[in-house]
Design a protein around this ligand. Sequence first.
Ligand SMILES: C[S@@+](CC[C@H](N)C(=O)[O-])C[C@H]1O[C@@H](n2cnc3c(N)ncnc32)[C@H](O)[C@@H]1O
Length: 234
Amino acid sequence: MKESMGSHIEGFIKNKVYSNYTMKYWNTLYKEKGIVQKEPSKKVLEAIKFFKEKRIEKILDLGCGTGRHTTLLVKENFEVHGCDNSEDALKIIKEILVDNEFRLCDMTKLLYNDGYFDGIICYQVIQHGKIADIKKSISEMHRVLKKGGYLFLVVISTKHPKFQTGEEIEPNTKINTDDIDGYMPHHFFSELEMKEFFNKYEIIKLNHFEGQSEINPSGRMASWELYAKSRTVG
Ligand SMILES: C[S@@+](CC[C@H](N)C(=O)[O-])C[C@H]1O[C@@H](n2cnc3c(N)ncnc32)[C@H](O)[C@@H]1O
């Protein structure tokens, strides 16, 4: 932790106020702006092809937001469930996909039974937290995924330009980064962390990619995409 960090930030971190901030930020954004991201990510289009090849049926879109990927998955005839910790995002998507099931939940506590899903998609979600919460979330995804099921996940990496901004509150976790939601903690994943944090899974593909930021077209981004399988044994 940086010595120069103000006491208000230390209190903010110690008291875990940030988790409420995460929720409030996204809720406010969705309440004021409605659907903020419309175009699906190309990476998700590829993942959908992969899920089809693997004959996945029941999928969870974890941190679905207003559902740009959820709607696509529904069109492709998967049985899709969605969850997010923003009530406002869920309000929007529930009006679009009236026949699907959406739950308000935190990534650290998924309100589904063990082995409930054949597949999970989790796109730019779990970086919104500190390491302990990220690990809980990864473990929860593992619990609700059936053995032999597949996870597709994208998270920001330490090569992201925003990693050079803000204050480090724990290894690779920054606060006050140069981002619209920069006042919340963001974890930037290293390659080693990707391999260590997902060690309960069999990693099928781990790919680093860089490109235009989806939120800010004049900005750049750097992320990891992960395809992983829940081990059938162990
Ligand atoms: C960058 S948006 C991505 C939304 C969606 N996956 C997409 O690609 O359109 C991050 C989403 O994660 C959700 N989120 C943030 N923290 C969360 C948490 N602790 N538990 C569940 N969802 C969370 C936010 O509400 C927001 O919808």
